[in-house]
Design a protein. Structure first.
Length: 528
């Protein structure tokens, strides 16, 4: 009896100074909170006020807000807990107590050890009390003691488990829908059945990165080779427009060579003073010095190639030489002063404004004249989910005259028969409006049908192929007139004199093709 009275008067193990230091460190340095979460929980604090303050800090952090004296005070006040913890004055004292947050891990371990001791005392006290009182079965008491001590030991090694649906709630909801409704697609369908089967559509939490495969221009460079040793085989240009260019970024991978040798990647022509970056000699370097430098680098690369046999070394040598020759060929190419006024008028007033669609169309014709195999012009800013009536007419006007002029210019020069011109977008759009009202609205993405036009290069003129229903929603007679993207690619390769089933490249043990492994074929009905 005397022993029991003495134990009741003892103060449980605790270290209030360490608790003060932890809370003050978090207020001094927000990153410290993450360190504490690895080691502590709210229940580890001895003082009730400290448990409330720590819980509030975690709640503020979970809202992705900064934990400081002001946000903490406001949060506690909103929950009517500010006076319970000692008021704003006590929160200010916490900051003043701690000179630095550098020792926070050590302080967390102290608080955690004290909490473990309190847990052991609580468990042991319960076991002693029930043992004296002989309540229940002995086996039950042993099981209780074993379970409680085991949980304390596990807690010493790490925090208790967190339910999966608490940290990946959206993903669990998707799984639940798939299970309960037996749905195949819970997100946005991509239009590719096999991909949808694997992903259940694109989910709101997904980060989709599409890269690694060669672009079409790279495949044609690989298949056809170069027709002009002074210019790249594949050139890409990005036009300036009045749409939403910042909301529709373009990346180098769109004209990248993927697993093909890098000599087949597209070279971007820019609208600035330097049409190709890093092409000009630095100040103080004359052509003779540059030639000597390239010869020296070529010798070093050749020696390295003998040692390791990496084909990319040969590509690097070839690209250095190409860049040297382009120092002469590019200025001649981009100087349009030799164009007649009639030609400039054909392309319109923007033909003399570098970076516009018209100027790039004129440059595309000059590139085609010089034997460049594949020329790609991007005109971005069409992704309008709102404000379409006011924006699209401007965009259409920007691409109208230049596109038409390119076809007419090629035809009158006798080049259209062996030059294929393709005009298309990234995908279809809905015929119904998205949001807004009759004066301002958008169009959503629509993968079911999509239109483009082609001219020259062996394509029949004056015809259309395929049609949609009266709502412009689905293709009529899809089995007969539906054109898969691989069928389109097979058609383009056919027009370029290449068999899409024979144009392949071995990579990581597989023979890759632009048109994939499933059976596809050119659309013969549109060919001459």
């Amino acid at each position: 009896m005397a022993t029991a009275e003495i134990s009741e008067l003892r103060v449980p193990p605790q270290n209030l100074d360490a608790e003060h230091s932890i809370l003050g460190a978090v207020l001094l340095e927000n990153d410290s909170l993450a360190k504490t979460l690895e080691l502590l929980s709210e229940e580890d604090f001895y003082r009730g006020a400290h448990r409330i303050i720590y819980r509030a800090m975690v709640e503020i952090s979970e809202r992705h807000e900064v934990v400081d004296q002001i946000t903490l005070t406001n949060h506690l006040k909103s929950k009517s807990e500010l006076e319970q913890v000692g008021g704003a004055t006590y929160l200010a004292e916490l900051v003043q107590i701690v000179p630095s947050a550098s020792n926070i891990r050590h302080h967390c371990k102290i608080v955690r050890e004290k909490a473990l001791l309190r847990g052991l005392i609580k468990t042991a006290t319960t076991v002693v009390s029930q043992g004296y009182e002989e309540v229940g079965q002995t086996e039950d008491l042993l099981e209780y003691a074993e379970r409680e001590i085991f949980q304390l030991a596990q807690g010493r090694l790490g925090r208790s488990f967190v339910r999966l649906n608490e940290i990946v709630q959206e993903s669990v909801e998707i799984v639940d829908r798939l299970y309960s409704r037996q749905e195949k697609i819970t997100g946005i369908p991509t239009g590719f059945a096999d991909l949808d089967d694997l992903t259940a559509g694109l989910q709101s939490s997904d980060l989709i990165i599409i890269a690694g495969r060669p672009s079409m221009g790279s495949w044609l460079s690989y298949g056809l080779g170069s027709a002009n040793e002074n210019l790249p085989t594949f050139i890409s240009m990005v036009s300036r427009g009045t749409g939403r260019p910042n909301c529709q970024p373009l990346y180098d991978r769109l004209w990248g060579s993927g697993f093909l040798p890098s000599q087949h990647q597209g070279v971007q022509f820019r609208s600035g003073e330097d049409h190709v970056l890093y092409l000009n000699n630095p100040d103080g370097i004359d052509p003779e010095t540059r030639r000597q430098m390239l010869d020296g680098i070529a010798e070093l690369n050749a020696t390295r190639f003998k040692d390791v046999g990496d084909p990319e070394i040969q590509t690097r040598i070839a690209q250095y030489e190409m860049a040297y020759r382009m120092q002469t060929s590019v200025p001649d190419l981009t100087n349009v002063s030799d164009e007649s006024q009639e030609t400039l008028d054909l392309y319109g007033p923007d033909a003399k404004v570098p970076g516009t669609h018209a100027a790039n169309c004129l440059l595309a014709r000059r590139l085609a004249e010089r034997g460049v195999r594949f020329i790609q012009i991007y005109h971005r800013g069409w992704d309008h989910h709102g404000g379409l009536p006011g924006r699209h007419p401007k965009l259409a006007k920007e691409v109208d005259q230049g596109s038409a002029a390119l076809v007419m210019d090629l035809k009158r020069r006798g080049m259209l028969d062996d030059t294929l011109v393709i005009w298309g977008g990234e995908f279809g759009r809905t015929v119904y409006r998205q949001g807004g009202n009759e004066n301002s609205y958008g169009r959503d993405h629509h993968p079911r049908c999509f239109s483009l036009w082609m001219a020259g290069g062996g394509v029949r003129g004056g015809m259309s192929y395929g049609e949609t229903d009266e709502w412009g929603y689905n293709i009529i007679d899809r089995d007969r007139y539906g054109v898969h993207v691989h069928d389109l690619n097979a058609t383009i390769l056919h027009l370029m004199g290449l068999d899409h089933e024979k144009l392949s490249y071995r990579y990581q043990g597989l023979d890759y093709r632009l048109t994939g492994v499933e059976p596809h074929k050119p659309v013969k009905d549109i060919l001459l």
